[in-house]
Design a protein around this ligand. Structure first.
Ligand code: GLN
Length: 200
């Protein structure tokens, strides 16, 4: 792989453009991904925030669920934000009837977990031990339980809810770093994809 990894953003639904911009700023070559052929061409994938129930239905309709599961199984680096975190969870709570995910991270994620009290809020997160960042949450999920191979990268303060995790090449955050202009989470993911390319 050259210095600029090719990173796709799953563009079925959600805030695709903001992620494309943040990934470009972090040094990636970016592509919108809607079809299996486009998925084949990327080294890593971002699954944006939006609405996980709609994203799942569209992924099913576009016949993308199986190709996505296959790439994740092969070890493609992926980063899911908010609805994208739900899509990367092996199990979910408070999903709609029959709601499926792509899976990959051994965790239970609760949809709209903060949303019963508040629709959106901000919190300072110590992300991956790399310093405090201001995180924006919009009808956000949280990680309810996690398996032994999942590393916690961030918690809300106060509240101590798990809102950023990593399992090998898979990264997920409950919050939306693409909306704040703070490039650290995207830079972290671009580095994950670069490293994965060097190891292959
Ligand atoms: N509540 C949404 C869902 O269940 C996620 C919200 C978001 O991505 N901002 O998919």
């Amino acid at each position: 792989m050259t210095n600029a990894p090719i990173i796709g953003v799953l563009a079925l639904q959600g805030d695709v453009r903001e992620h494309l911009r943040a990934l470009s700023a972090a040094g990636a070559e970016v592509r919108a991904v809607r079809r299996a052929g486009e998925l084949d061409a990327v080294h890593g994938l971002v699954i944006p925030g939006g609405e996980s129930t709609t994203m799942w239905k569209l992924a099913d309709a576009f016949e993308m669920l199986d190709p996505l599961k296959a790439r994740i199984k092969e070890g493609m680096p992926a980063y899911g934000s908010c609805a994208g975190m739900i899509m990367l969870a092996d199990r979910i709570e408070d999903g709609i009837a029959g709601q499926q995910t792509i899976g990959g991270i051994d965790m239970v994620v609760r949809r709209n977990a903060f949303g019963r009290q508040v629709d959106s809020f901000e919190s300072d997160i110590d992300f991956a031990g790399g310093g405090i960042l201001r995180a924006v949450f919009i009808r956000a999920p949280w990680v309810e339980t996690l398996g032994g191979d999942v590393e916690v990268l961030g918690r809300t303060r106060p509240g101590d809810r798990i809102v950023a995790v990593r399992q090998g090449p898979l990264l997920a955050t409950s919050f939306h770093p693409e909306l704040t202009g703070d490039g650290r989470v995207h830079a972290y993911f671009v580095e994950m994809v670069r490293r994965d390319g060097r190891e292959r």
